[in-house]
Design a protein around this ligand. Sequence first.
Ligand SMILES: Cc1cc2nc3c(=O)[nH]c(=O)nc-3n(C[C@H](O)[C@H](O)[C@H](O)COP(=O)(O)O)c2cc1C
Length: 184
Amino acid sequence: MGDLRVVVSGGSAAGGVLELISEACRRGWTVDVTATKNALEFMDPSEVARASGRPIRTTYKFAADGTRISPPADAMIVAPATFNTINKLANGIADTYPLSSMADVIGRGVPTVLVPAVNEPLAARRPFRRSLDELRAEGVRVLFGPVDGWLPGSSAPFPWIKALDLVEDVFGLTRMDSRASMGA
Ligand SMILES: Cc1cc2nc3c(=O)[nH]c(=O)nc-3n(C[C@H](O)[C@H](O)[C@H](O)COP(=O)(O)O)c2cc1C
């Protein structure tokens, strides 16, 4: 399929990223995981690195495999996306490696799906709603709300596989567009 960047921030759903990694690898994606420092508290980094076959990136430091930054991404999933990460990302704040690399990937127009994990009080905040609008305006597919069946404070299982299905849809459409524009 291609290279899938998965960016995990510090919500309690973060440990479930293994489900996404294993299904994405099964479907033929190469997976590279970036995690915020807070996300590392919710997961076993060595288990995640073992599942993806690559080191987790959190800072600009060289990883154990001798690489410093993530390989180029063909698609990106940001999940779970915290209130903090969403608001910073939407407002162009890039003061950590995960934020800076997400800013770059979105700026390149790479198909991106973002799955907020926020409770109802946080979802009611105007800065949060504005941030989602900004990200959508930049072409980010935000998986959130009644139509998507993923609501603030939901006790439903985190929609890892739906995020993967959606990013594959956007990725497929982008590839079809580029083939059409090449006259293929
Ligand atoms: C146990 C626990 C669970 C949390 N779950 C969430 C969450 O689901 N969503 C959220 O926005 N913040 C959550 N937080 C708060 C974030 O971890 C905190 O805002 C942090 O600064 C996020 O940093 P990051 O966006 O760089 O990962 C949680 C905190 C704790 C201690």
